[in-house]
Design a protein around this ligand. Sequence first.
Ligand SMILES: Cc1cc2nc3c(=O)[nH]c(=O)nc-3n(C[C@H](O)[C@H](O)[C@H](O)COP(=O)(O)OP(=O)(O)OC[C@H]3O[C@@H](n4cnc5c(N)ncnc54)[C@H](O)[C@@H]3O)c2cc1C
Length: 395
Amino acid sequence: MANDLPVLICGAGLGGVAAALALAQKGCCVRVLEAAQEPGVIGYGIQLGPNVFRMFRALGVEEAVLSHSHFPPDVLMLDALSGEEVTRVHTGQAFRDRFGDPYVAIHRVDLHRCLLDACKLNANIEISASSECIGFEDDGARVRVSLQDGRVIDGCALIGADGLGSMTRAALSREAAPNPIGYVAHRAVLPWDEAPKSARRDEVILWAGPAYHIVQYPLRAKSLFNVVAVFKTENPHERAGPQAYRDVLMRTYAGAHPAMLEMLELMDTGRRWVIADRDPIRHWSQGRATLLGDAAHPTLQSLAQGAGMAIEDAVVLAECVSQANLDFERAFIRYQRTRAARTARVMLESRALWEVYHLAGAARLERNAAWEARTRGETYERLAWLYDGIGAGAR
Ligand SMILES: Cc1cc2nc3c(=O)[nH]c(=O)nc-3n(C[C@H](O)[C@H](O)[C@H](O)COP(=O)(O)OP(=O)(O)OC[C@H]3O[C@@H](n4cnc5c(N)ncnc54)[C@H](O)[C@@H]3O)c2cc1C
């Protein structure tokens, strides 16, 4: 495939760079426009399921990603009040045997670097930093993107990979901002030796409590400890200083297990993340423009699949463009049709799971009893729709 004008991608997040790589490997010229001065510098952990490794293989970055990954033996859910184990997903050999690929935790910077390094080796890709897109026009033959600094860039098509607050989505649909769900997050990544001794464990651990949770796991060969505290608050958009945020954190988790309280001391209260999603939609392509990743289907973090879905999108999108022989309108319709049901399921199941994680009172005890009774095989089968991933047929 050869296109005279480049395919423009707004946003060099994980979805944007994966899409650049996937399209370039199909022979497309691509230009990625990123608002930040440097792409991919946000440094926290991320979990990836076996479905995403199939995509890494297609993109030629599997070995690089594996070399930076931590392989947890299990993903555990612990009750935040009693400390008891609620459920365990074995992610060792039995998991690999069932799903064909591993479950990993990786530093987001490392993952981004793997994708960016592969982009650098591909002459079809240009990544332009400090290039904030503020609008675009589609005249049927090309798209014309306006940047904040006054430049205008022409392309043969536009992919909005600009995240939760997507400018591209706002321009396409004029819909309201994403729904904040009343929860916020504080995160921290610190040297392994600075984590509390009891917290230094190989597993991914989710501590589930009434209207709050904590997720912890190691990164970079256990040299780093990653932790995120997520909780409901009356004022998710409140802007306050680190001490005021810390006070709210301590009040919220006052009844939590002592092991969780120790981890709260470590949280970075300099930055707060407002948790939000949107309702699923079926149509996110119009003419020569489409959306990808969080711009198209932002999801809550309960299944840890937001980035995974963005990377799946990238591979499917490139396949659709290649099959439609650069007829972007046709390719984008086919792409959204292929992706809508799966991504909507991730969004809706993540919302349902979010409620289950945060149950209180008798409902919490009922959940614990039901989940404790699950066998390993049952747990795997409940996850199969997600981790079996998208086969060649689905593409
Ligand atoms: C606390 C937390 C934990 C998470 N854990 C996981 C996990 O374990 N596993 C998982 O798979 N996912 C996880 N996610 C979700 C995941 O981070 C996102 O789904 C994923 O990063 C989406 O990628 P994206 O490329 O679509 O968007 P983003 O990563 O948001 O990237 C968008 C890019 O576009 C740029 N941009 C924005 N606007 C413009 C503009 N106008 N012009 C140019 N550039 C622009 C931004 O600077 C950014 O670089 C988590 C999210 C949170 C908040």
